[in-house]
Design a protein around this ligand. Structure first.
Ligand code: AMP
Length: 292
């Protein structure tokens, strides 16, 4: 496995690789867990070469967020990637991607008005900007993104469509612990008690999903009230809970019948102690949907 930090050297290397086949790419911020590893295994099915980036992107962190304390277990991450036989690890320093001369940003709109976009101003601008750079540096034909960060996935799909970018974004389902908690690099911050309580978060959303599938006359408001109640009872503090269609991510009014929506999903962010958790679940039966 090549470990590189220079965008120019990556570009030169990939230019040679692309004569022989396709390149699949998985961008990450490191502290790799089984969720990341599944994305990488998926990438291996699509690319003759696989590139993984590890970059804790300062542009997507707010001033009060956990940029400096974000976990960076680089050697362990490198060993995991080696074991998976990844072809290249791209791990630039902030100055490699944002030299003092850096000026341009990608500004997503509409999809970022609500959900995490509302509580994290500037976050998706940072995400879109770094992904634009990473896609241009790696010249990837495929990039795999987790549905755990569903709004991020939609922003990146929209950006690549809007800018006619020649790569395919592959969504990957959320990878979960046995009790349903979505794997996240931030879960390591949870105390034992908080970890137990955190399991109520996916369980509340899964309960809403079952109810939506079983009851064709349930409203978004009824589901949201139930989820908020479940979370509060478990000592998890909801930040937002919304129902929205996957296509536009605009939260619907409480009186909306969930069954009347196209591809409805429930989205939530909540805190267990100071740790912020996010999750989302489809509110339709995926087996009945035509695969896209
Ligand atoms: P991060 O390192 O948190 O920026 O995540 C890098 C990529 O891994 C993103 O596409 C995430 O959506 C994805 N990812 C993180 N956790 C999970 C998970 N539990 N299941 C599926 N994908 C995930």
């Amino acid at each position: 496995m090549l470990t590189l930090n220079s965008p120019q050297v990556v570009q030169e290397t990939v230019l040679r690789w692309k004569r022989e086949g396709k390149v699949a790419f998985v961008p990450t911020m490191g502290a790799l867990h089984e969720g990341h590893l599944q994305l990488i295994r998926r990438a291996k099915h699509y690319g003759t070469r696989v590139i993984v980036s590890i970059f804790v992107n300062p542009l997507q962190f707010g001033p009060k967020e956990d940029l400096s304390k974000y976990p960076r277990p680089f050697e362990q991450d490198e060993a995991k990637l080696q074991e998976l036989d990844v072809d290249m690890l791209f791990s630039p320093e902030p100055v490699d991607l944002y030299p003092p001369s850096f000026r341009t940003r990608v500004i997503p709109s509409l999809l970022t008005d609500h959900l995490c976009g509302k509580s994290r101003p500037g976050h998706f601008e940072g995400v879109a900007t770094v992904c634009m750079k990473l896609f241009n540096i790696t010249q990837a034909d495929f990039a795999v993104f987790g549905e755990k960060d569903f709004q991020q996935l939609r922003v990146i799909q929209q950006m690549t469509a809007d800018f006619n970018m020649p790569l395919t974004i592959l969504p990957h389902p959320t990878v979960r612990e046995e009790d349903g908690l979505a794997l996240s690099s931030r879960n390591r911050y949870l105390s034992k008690e908080q970890r137990v309580a955190a399991a109520s978060f996916p369980q509340a959303l899964a309960r809403a999903r079952s109810r939506a599938i079983e009851d064709g006359s349930v409203t978004a408001g009824a589901l949201l009230a139930q989820v908020r109640q479940d979370l509060t009872a478990a000592g998890i503090e909801p930040e937002y809970v919304d129902v929205a269609s996957e296509s536009d991510l605009q939260p619907v009014l409480p009186e909306t019948y969930v069954a009347a929506l196209s591809q409805p999903r429930i989205f939530a962010a909540a805190r267990a102690g100071t740790t912020r958790l996010i999750d989302n679940w489809t509110l339709y039966s995926e087996q009945n949907e035509t695969p896209s």
